[in-house]
Design a protein around this ligand. Structure first.
Ligand code: SF4
Ligand code: SF4
Length: 332
């Protein structure tokens, strides 16, 4: 296990990835938010909401680093160094150790022993920490909400932030007695956590991200576009696909791109919901923005809002009213 000084060194040049598994209503997303709020450096967190409702499995992700440039990604964490499981019943449903590198830490709210847990997740090369968070939650909070308690166990094995830093974050988020009880529960969790350190350290410099893959829904009619994505077109099922629908007729604005101002940052391309930002492959082998596809641009204005250099603007499609007052003698 790394000491507080060692993890501080790691954070200078690396990003530390965390993943939380919970059930809807257990506060997994709040736990990830609190990590970022308690951390002294830079951090981002994102939830993954599927068909979430109370009790369904949820995930949330955190990236932390002292280096601002390393935490700009908002994508899912695929290679978590620390995984926290708030509900033991998830172990039978979810591969909670997916993507973890050797030496990663799996932290579970359970009364099970650590070796049995290694067997259940099928990994002998990861460290395990267990905490009976449910009992602490019921004793101290009076409700089975384990999100802050699991953070106590995380502090114990990661030293990513201190109990005082987490307490400050909790006091900013919760009020009065609730904050006090959560801090009490966290302190107890730090003491009660069972640590099974197998002596393998994480190689934080490894890129453990799973390569991105094109989604292949496997349904009849889905075809891959050469630009990106898929569209549905099976003439036997429906007569035409969405790429042939003129969504450009939906909006009232004409979107205008200024090539001179554009820095080719591609943020508009990522955010456009209609693949209406055109790009061309240049002689340098890279893709460069080349214009707006007005056939598909539906004037949502996302690109205008995100462009950092105001290279995109808008103009009302319709001209001024030309004949507001009928000419004398006109009409019927
Ligand atoms: S206005 Fe919306 S649809 Fe049109 S190019 Fe911009 S982001 Fe795409
Ligand atoms: S967001 Fe702006 S600067 Fe970036 S590629 Fe689009 S138009 Fe160009």
């Amino acid at each position: 296990m790394l000491t507080p000084e060692q993890i501080k060194e790691v954070l200078k040049n690396n990003v530390v990835n965390l993943r939380f598994h919970a059930r809807g209503g257990q506060g997994g997303v709040t736990a990830s938010n609190l990590c970022v709020e308690a951390f002294y450096g830079y951090g981002v967190c994102q939830p993954l909401f599927g068909a979430e409702r109370m009790g369904s499995p949820t995930e949330s992700y955190v990236r932390l680093s002292s280096n601002e440039d390393l935490v700009r990604s908002n994508e899912q964490v695929y290679g978590p160094h620390f995984v926290s499981v708030l509900d033991p019943s998830l172990l039978g449903e979810i591969n909670v150790a997916a993507g973890m590198p050797k030496g990663g830490w799996l932290i579970v709210n359970t009364v099970m022993d650590q070796v049995s847990l290694q067997d259940i997740v099928g990994r002998k090369d990861i460290n395990i920490a267990t905490i009976d968070a449910t009992r602490i939650a019921l004793d101290v909070l009076g409700r089975n909400i384990t999100n802050t308690i699991i953070l106590g166990a995380l502090i114990r094995v990661s030293h990513l932030f201190t109990v005082d830093e987490l307490s400050d974050a909790i006091m900013r988020r919760f009020k009065g007695a609730i904050a006090g009880k959560n801090i009490q529960a966290i302190k107890q969790a730090i003491e009660d956590t069972c640590v099974y350190d197998i002596g393998i350290e994480i190689d934080f410099s490894l890129d453990t991200k799973v390569p991105w893959q094109q989604v292949k829904p496997g349904l009849p009619g889905y075809k891959e576009l050469d630009k990106a994505g898929v569209w549905y077109c099976d003439e036997d099922v429906i007569p035409y696909g969405s790429s042939q629908v003129m969504t450009g007729s939906w909006g009232e604005w004409e979107i205008i791109w200024d090539k001179e101002k554009c820095t080719d940052c591609a943020q508009c391309w990522y955010i456009c919901p209609d693949f209406a930002i055109l790009r061309e492959k240049g002689e340098d082998g890279l893709w460069h923005m080349s214009g707006i596809d007005n056939f598909h641009c539906k004037s949502c204005q996302n690109c205008i809002n995100i462009c950092p250099v105001e290279a995109i603007s808008k103009k009302l499609k319709q001209g001024p009213a030309s004949c507001a007052v009928p000419e004398e003698g006109g009409g019927e």
